[in-house]
Design a protein around this ligand. Structure first.
Ligand code: BG6
Length: 294
């Protein structure tokens, strides 16, 4: 697509591609958004480090093949690997003209074979729709030749920029069951009205609706997150104490960030050789008045 352009070669060979406003890092397959008018859509930490080995604290981080803690490093290795661009990607299956997209690919490396002994092809399609909607589609295929299945969990670790966290409401998760990451993933049921924030939160909402709305009252705008193939949704804000403990996170950054992440955590996905899984997250921003009553 003509809208995809390569804009820079950064230190340590992080090649940076761009889709109108969004920057795409081959390191981690990570998408960020930043402009100078403080109109950020995706939060990027004021102390973010834009070089390996850690993922950039902000934007959308890919968590694969493990969400959270477990046998692998937290959130898996995909966010700490160099992805490559597919210069000859398959086209959109339907008549979706007017969309710019870029396909990134991640495959097993020799080094990774020691920690996760499976061959796979991970195709991440980053698509920009009319009005700046951002759609991420992941296709993960088992390319094992030894007949073995593999199992994974997944999340689009999405850092939304919010004007003031204490004025934010999340709609679509009320009354759902969740696993509380702050309590060893114990299961609870959310009570009452829309979700608001006044302290640290780290929850995995289970089997959520496909549409979640994040209302930024101050800015009078609403993020609409739609998802497909990803039954769960993670909501995370470290609040003040944990913010201070993170070297790449500004002390006050927690006031301007809310992570809402389309995810598949509770029931891991298993793929047999030759099988493919698809998981999609779409993010759009609309004026709050437009959204209310929908
Ligand atoms: C969230 C998790 O998705 O990511 C949190 O729910 C975790 O438990 C957070 O603290 C940040 O993780 P990391 O490894 O990027 O510091």
């Amino acid at each position: 697509s003509s809208c995809v352009r390569f804009v820079a070669v950064l230190p340590r060979q992080i090649i940076n591609a761009s889709l109108i406003g969004y920057d795409i890092y081959l390191y981690g397959g990570q998408v960020t958004w930043k402009n100078e008018h403080r109109e950020e859509l995706l939060f990027v930490s004021s102390k973010a480090i834009f070089k390996p080995p850690k993922a950039i604290r902000g934007g959308i981080t890919i968590c694969f093949p493990q969400f959270g803690s477990g046998a692998l490093d937290r959130h898996g290795f995909a966010r700490n690997r160099f992805w490559s661009i597919d210069n000859d990607p398959p086209p959109f299956p339907t008549n979706t003209t007017n969309k710019a997209f870029i396909d990134l690919i991640l495959k097993q490396s020799e080094e990774d074979a020691k920690i996760w002994p499976h061959r796979y092809e991970f195709r991440l399609r980053i698509t920009l729709g009319p009005g700046g909607d951002l759609m991420l589609t992941s296709r993960i295929r088992n390319t094992n030749t030894d007949g073995k299945s593999f199992t994974f969990t997944f999340a689009y670790h999405t850092h939304l920029y919010v004007t003031d966290i204490s004025e934010v409401r999340v709609e679509g998760l009320e009354t759902l069951d969740y696993l509380d990451n702050l309590k060893d993933r114990e299961r609870f049921t959310e009570q009452g009205d829309a979700i608001t924030f006044e302290s640290e939160v780290d929850k995995i909402y289970l089997s959520t609706p496909t549409k979640i709305a994040i209302l930024d009252h101050e800015r009078k705008r609403t993020f609409v997150l739609r998802k497909d193939g990803l039954p769960d949704a993670v909501v995370w804000n470290p609040w003040d104490k944990k913010a201070k403990a993170m070297p790449d996170f500004g002390d006050d950054d927690y006031m301007h960030m809310l992570c809402v992440e389309a995810a598949c955590v509770e029931k891991p996905i298993t793929l047999k050789p030759g099988e493919e899984w698809k998981g999609r997250q779409e993010l759009s921003v609309v004026p709050s008045s437009y959204c209310s009553g929908q």
